[in-house]
Design a protein around this ligand. Sequence first.
Ligand code: SAH
Ligand code: SF4
Ligand code: F3S
Length: 451
Amino acid sequence: MEKILKKAVGKLAYVRSFGCQLNMSDGEKIKSILENIGCVLTDDESRADIIILNTCAVRESAEDRVFGIIGSMKKLKEEKPSLIIGVAGCMVQQEQNVEKIKKSYPQVSFAVGTSALDSIPKLIEESLESTKFVSDTEEYSNFCMGGHQVRDSSFKASVPIMYGCNNFCTYCIVPYVRGRERSRSPEEIVSEVRELVRSGYKEIMLLGQNVNSYGNYFEEECSEKIDFPKLLHMIDSLEGEFVIRFMSSHPKDVSPELIDAIFECPKVAKHLHLPLQSGSNDVLDRMNRKYTVEKYLRIVDEIRRRSPDFSLTTDIIVGFPDETEQDFGATLDVLKRVEYDNVYSFIYSKRSGTKACDMPDGTTEQRKSERMRELLELQREISTRHYKRFIGRTMRVLVDGVSKKREGFVTGKSNEFIIVEFEGDKSLIGQFVNVKITDSMNWAVTGEMIL
Ligand code: SAH
Ligand code: SF4
Ligand code: F3S
């Protein structure tokens, strides 16, 4: 645990995270470190003495956005020269970004890499003493912190079970910015979840870039080989009312044991996020995904055999280099066949240093955008139709906020990860309630709470 840093005591600190849930979880760690050294957290960027931007590098648009934000902070720094701005996260794992920050954004005091978070107190201390830009982007193996931990929510908690990625999908920057795959020990994870449940947490989200390969590489020697299905069973057997979710699953590593565990463990949500990326075997091969559409559909069929309307969601990349009309058509075919509840789709973004970056690409950006629109349109139709299956059913919902669209309504997620809206007040936030579904839209279902 960090020691109090005298000069930082009472300073207002603001942390903003971008990107995936693992990065959000890192954001919580950064906040914890700041509180542990004596800072006071704030949500008001304009009042902050220390600002940390915890960045994402997965697509160019994400990076551009952060550079835009850093640029706009020049004014803040001019108004308050003592302001410390730090840049953390995946972007600073790439040397060219650190160079760019150092050269073109003098308002930034320091950069800290994804596995060097423990250096934050030192970097802040140095920044308080001198205006010289400092950075630490070393890969340290010690990535688990102890001590007081800040959580963004009082009822939903993210628990990283592993870090890094070994898969090197050819489009993806993550293995380069997050390092090699390593798993936390099952004892540590189980005791963290037990504590969370004891203090009232209702949803536990287990996180990893590929949770299905959990346990392949432990940080420390483990006495017994625990894989992901076994870990699910261990967590499921903890006492208390809570739901277990996990992200992401790589289709190449979905085992019969995983499918069994989903159905055997009552606390595990009946929802699987299974990124397909493309419905074309040729594209999947060039993406280095290591599964075929046929293998993917066998997983879907096995799940749907056990539970015909089991909830599935996916990620799709539109416009991978030289994706043909046929390739794209094959992706649409899989969407029609699987009927996902939700599809997260992204236009391919070139990432320097990845293999796909050098692949020839004859498709115009305009055509890629058209494909994206086509895909979204198709999925909207599917969701609208598919969500109707919930009408008349009673769903168990964890309420997570008030509706932004309708006054007097609250919103939550069902076990199947469907957004449910119903009449209620904010005192319900953080509780499980039963909702009888009366209507559906293409993005959510609505209903009435029943006691
Ligand atoms: N480890 C997770 C995904 C992490 S990134 C997994 O394998 O499922 C989240 C999503 O971003 C990916 O599933 C992919 O659809 C998308 N993505 C990753 N790199 C991308 C790129 N270069 N361009 C566009 N989308 C990308
Ligand atoms: Fe990226 Fe593939 Fe690893 Fe997911 S599995 S983080 S898409 S390299
Ligand atoms: Fe982005 Fe890093 Fe996550 S690149 S998607 S924040 S692992």
